[in-house]
Design a protein. Sequence first.
Length: 372
Amino acid sequence: MTKTAHGDARVPRNSALLPETLRVVELGESVSTAICGRLLFKLGAQVTQVAVAGETHILDETGPFVGDGSQRVSTLGLWLRDGKTRVDVDLDDATARESLHERLRSADVVLVAGTAAEWSARGLSVDRLEELAPTAIIGRISPWGESDEYADLPSSELALQAASGFMRLIGDLDHEPVRLGGYPLQSIAALLALDGVMIGLFARERTGQGARFTTSEFEAAAHAEWKIATFAQAGLRRELRGEDNGALVLRCRDGHFAAFYIPRDWGVMKEIIGDSRLDDEAFDTPQGRLRNQARLVALIEETTKTMSKKDLYHATQARGIPAGYVATVTDLLESPQYVSRGFFESIEVPDVGAGLLPDAPWQVFGPEDAVA
C-alpha cells in the first residue's frame, strides 16, 4: 500500500496496456504531441522526447512556473515530460544526427510536431523519415495543417480557440469572447493522435506493416464542435452565446455553480431556490426566461450567494438536474473521488519541493482485482 498526499491508503494504480518494450519518439515539441506521448507513457511505453538544439521549446516557456531564477521550471513541462527521456539533438552535428537516425530506426511510434515542410528544411523529409522507420506508426500533428496558406501562421491555444470559434461558446454575447481554460483543443488533437497510434499498432500486429497519419490542432476544433456542422447540414442558423437557454452560471458563497436544467426541470429548480418571485409569469417559458435572464439570475443569486456551491450541487443532483460547480485546484486535489482513486501522483522537483501531477485518466484491472 502507498499513501496519497492526503494520507489516505490506496492500492498502486496500474494503467499499462502496452508492452514495456514499445518505443515512442516525440520528434520536436508541441503541447499536443507531448500530451499524446504522456498518455503512451502511461500505457506502458518507453517515450523519448527529441528536442532540436537551439530552437525555442514551448514546454520551457509556458507558465505557470515554480521555482526562482535558474531553478524556475514550467509546470506544464514538468507534467508532460514526466517519465520520459529527453534528448537535445544538434542537427548540424553529423554524429548527433546519426544517433537520431538510429533512434528512429528502432522506434515503434514516431510523433512529429510540425509540418512536413518544417522537417524537410531540417533534413528529415517525409520520405526520409519513412525510410528510417518503415515499420513504425508515424503520426504528424501540425497547428494549422499542411496548407502553404496557413501552415506558417503563429499558433497557440488562444489562437486556435479564436480562429475556430470556440471563444464564442461561453461568456455573454454582449461581452468580449472568453478563452476556455487549459488546452482543450490541443488535448483533443492529442487524443485523435492517440487513436491513430493505437489503430496503427493494432493493424501492424496483423500485417507487420507500419502506418502513417496526419492531423492538426485546428482540425481537432472541428471534430470537437460537431454541432456547427450539424446545424449547417440541417440548414439551421447556429445559435449564438446566450441564445441556447444553456446553463445558468450562478454566484455562490464560495464560488460559482452551473445548472444545465431543461424546461421540465424548471419547477424543481424553483423548489430548490424557494423564492416565490420565480412564479412570475415572465419566467414561465424557456423563451421568457431567456428574455429576462438578467433579472432571473439576479433573483436566484439572492439565494445562491448564501449557499455553498457543493451544497447546491448535491441538492440539484439529488433531484436529477444536470449541474456542476466550478472547481478550484484545491477542490480537485481534495476531491474524495480523486483521492480514493489515487488520481494524483507525487513528483519531486529538484530545489523546489514536492508536487502532485494528474495520473492516467484510466486504470487497468485484472481478475485478481474483482470484488466479491
